[in-house]
Design a protein around this ligand. Structure first.
Ligand code: TXA
Ligand code: MG
Length: 322
């Protein structure tokens, strides 16, 4: 059975042995391994059940070591780094040969970021290599935002979970590439389009189809619970199709009288989107464990973090609409 603890030296011992351990970040927990060891990186793909055509994010200790792994850093990337690292922003930059094709799925760019979590920064600072870390969920399932979520999903397959508490942001990092000096968002995330625009004054959002590496089919399996999950503009009406005891509800702020209290999850009573983002995956994990027939949620205001939350709930629901 997996051990859960706060010992960065224990975590680093496993990493030196090419093992995979779970680590906390401010966004979600990651499945970490030595980025410079092909054996270790291969283990990440197999533990996660992830297809090799879906590349991994490299996590480094600070912007000062970025040049070791990438060939060029556009000025606009430097500006973003100044504002948002350490933090939930992943940059796509041309890789140096030290980064293997296995990590980037043969693509010329590597995805790279500096996570903002005390324990994990301390861990990476003490390692002589960077780490790869995809979200620590089995491929296609909801990302974990606590050590318990990881233990439930991957407890049988990894030796150690570094417990850094609940993730403060709760949604994955924003993935940004560059066309000349224009930032292009490939995955909406915790740093919002509005925040990037405020810093750079320019920005593109990639078409949905090009946000995936090898075609839109992959999107549909992402971030999903096992329980049927649907999005409704009119929850009061939708619940009439089900027995109240079989329904789980996730709303931004309102509670419904007709549904058992314990099957409802309010993301933020004060309608704060940052708090809602922090709670979304926790709500999904919690309700998915209750063996209900359906989980129903509502669209969030489509701006700032609401846009990222809508992206994730749409992906989570997509497979149930096929
Ligand atoms: O917040 C996060 O980013 C978390 C924490 C653990 O850091 N990590 C995470 O990793 O979400 P993952 O593997 O679950 O998602 C990485 C995303 C995927 O959509 C992947 O396709 C994209 O980044 N990606 C990775 N490398 C890429 C590359 N070289 N080019 C384009 N997209 C890339
Ligand atoms: Mg993921």
């Amino acid at each position: 059975m997996v051990e859960i603890g706060k010992d960065i030296y224990k975590a680093s011992d496993f990493l030196f042995l090419d093992d995979v351990v779970a680590i906390p970040t401010e966004t979600v927990y990651g499945l970490a391994a030595n980025a410079l060891s092909e054996i270790a990186v291969n283990k990440v793909f197999s533990v996660k059940g992830r297809p090799k055509f879906n590349p991994l994010i490299v996590h480094i200790s600070g912007a000062e070591v970025l040049h070791l792994y990438v060939k060029q850093i556009p000025d606009v990337a430097k500006l973003l780094i100044k504002h948002f690292w350490p933090g939930p922003m992943t940059l796509l930059l041309p890789k140096k040969p030290i980064i293997s094709d296995l990590i980037t799925a043969g693509l010329p760019n590597v995805a790279i970021r500096v996570p903002n979590h005390v324990l994990t920064l301390e861990l990476i600072n003490n390692l002589p290599f960077p780490i790869v870390a995809p979200s620590a969920n089995p491929f296609g399932y909801i990302s974990p935002t606590s050590a318990e979520h990881v233990a439930k999903q991957l407890g049988e397959t990894i030796p150690y979970i570094l417990d850094g508490g609940s993730c403060s942001k709760g949604l994955e990092s924003t993935v940004i590439g560059f066309e000349e000096d224009i930032p292009v968002i490939y995955r909406l995330g915790t740093i919002t389009a509005e925040e990037i625009n405020a810093v750079c004054g320019k920005l593109k959002i990639a078409e949905k189809e090009s946000q995936t590496i090898k075609g839109p089919g992959m999107l549909k399996q992402h971030y999903s619970p096992y329980t049927q999950f649907i999005i409704s503009d009119n929850i009061e009406k939708t619940i009439l199709n089900y027995n109240p005891s079989e329904i789980g509800i996730i709303t931004l702020s309102k509670k419904l009288d007709s549904i058992p209290c314990e099957n409802q999850f309010v993301l933020s009573e004060k309608r704060d989107l940052a708090e809602a983002a922090q709670n979304l995956y926790r709500a999904l994990h919690h309700l998915d464990n209750l063996q209900l027939k359906v989980i129903i949620t509502e669209p969030m205001p489509d701006e700032n973090l609401g846009r990222t939350i809508n992206d994730r709930i749409n992906r989570a629901a997509a497979k149930f609409y096929e």
